[in-house]
Design a protein around this ligand. Structure first.
Ligand code: SAH
Length: 341
């Protein structure tokens, strides 16, 4: 479908923006640049007076998602014990996000980190990672030669070459999977996940969906959320964290929708959960016992309270003229989550 290509382009845009934020010091994402297409034309907003607005938006988005991921990795969860506190992360519409490599570099990669995206995106990501193995895996690059084995369906799996699951290096390096799947086909997605070597439905699992469910139809997004609840129903704990636009109906939201539509990636799914309340209700209606949601103003204020010095440092990087517009923009994005324990 022609618009699928436009949706995939939003991934290039995210990489460019995240690389730019790294360059300017908003947050560390040293590997984002490896994925960012080059050239001024690709820099959405680059060099304009809107850029600080965009960069601060990414600061809030990335910091908030990282806080959620780190909370999941650090939490002592039911089912953990001293021997085995392993867990899985499944990143839906992962694009060129570098979270896995951030955790790997910090020595805290989960046992399995699965990234789901279209075959085109998975292939491109695998190519880039392979071509710069030493940047992604440091002194582990040799182990990595086998770790992205191309499967017939366009997915990439680790091949531990006889390593077993109790071996930390197997878990660290070979637990990385790029899964080629369309989120709109949950039956196939479910089969592919269950067939993944190393996939363990019985351990705590975090599902992530950063800027992707809004691009599919409401019922398709809801089906993905329900699938995640079903897949993790025998795990002692599971969570689903998403980041998406909300508030499509006011003047700002309408303009945001028109801009994206003009670029060929209409926000098809926003109507399925247009408010914070609807975001929470969707999780609860689709198999998640507890749910929460906050808009990015709220998230930003919490981040500022939690790490005041980083927030102050960030605000000094670039002048922000349009404070009102910034608050307005942040009010139109949210993080939302469902938790089962
Ligand atoms: N999560 C990443 C990328 C966001 S861009 C980040 O936040 O940086 C949105 C991603 O979702 C793109 O990579 C796009 O290809 C993917 N995506 C959108 N619809 C999808 C679908 N139906 N199936 C699989 N991936 C999809």
């Amino acid at each position: 479908r022609p618009t699928d290509a436009a949706v995939r382009l939003t991934n290039d845009e995210a990489s460019v923006a995240k690389a730019r934020c790294h360059e300017l010091g908003y947050f560390d994402d040293p590997l984002a640049a490896a994925f960012a297409p080059r050239g001024p034309a690709k820099r959405g907003g680059g060099g304009t007076h809107h850029e600080p607005l965009i960069n601060r938006g990414y600061y809030a988005r990335v910091r908030a998602m990282r806080a959620m991921i780190d909370a999941f990795m650090d939490a002592s969860l039911p089912g953990d014990d001293d021997e085995d506190d392993d867990r899985d992360i499944v990143s839906l519409g992962a694009g060129f996000d570098t979270s896995y490599f951030r955790l790997l570099a910090a020595g805290r990669a989960p046992g399995l980190f699965v990234e789901v995206d279209y075959g085109e995106v998975a292939r491109k990501k695998a190519e880039i990672v392979r071509a710069r193995r030493e940047r992604f895996f440091g002194d582990r690059e040799d182990e990595m030669t086998n770790a992205l084995v191309n499967l017939a369906d366009g997915s990439y799996h680790g091949d531990g070459g006889g390593g077993d699951d109790d071996d930390a290096s197997f878990r660290d390096v070979f637990g990385y999977r790029l899964l080629s799947a369309d989120l709109r086909d949950v039956a196939t997605l479910e089969r592919k996940l269950l067939d993944l070597p190393g996939y363990d439905a019985e351990i705590p699992t975090l599902f992530l969906a950063e800027c992707c469910l809004a691009y599919v139809e409401p019922e398709e997004a809801a089906a993905v959320i329900a699938l995640a609840a079903r897949l993790s129903s025998s795990a002692p704990a599971a969570a689903f964290v998403l980041y998406d636009p909300i508030g499509p109906d006011d003047a700002f939201g309408v303009q945001m929708g028109l801009n994206l539509r003009a670029r060929g990636c209409p926000l098809r799914g926003v109507a399925g959960a247009p408010t914070l309340e609807a975001q929470r209700e969707r999780f609860q209606a689709r198999g998640w016992a507890r749910a929460g949601a906050m808009d990015m103003n709220d998230a930003c204020d919490r981040l500022a309270r939690r790490d005041a010095s980083d927030h102050l440092r960030m605000t000094r990087l670039e002048m922000l003229d349009e404070v009102e517009e910034f608050r307005m923009m942040l009010a139109h994005y949210c993080v939302a989550w469902g938790v089962n324990e």
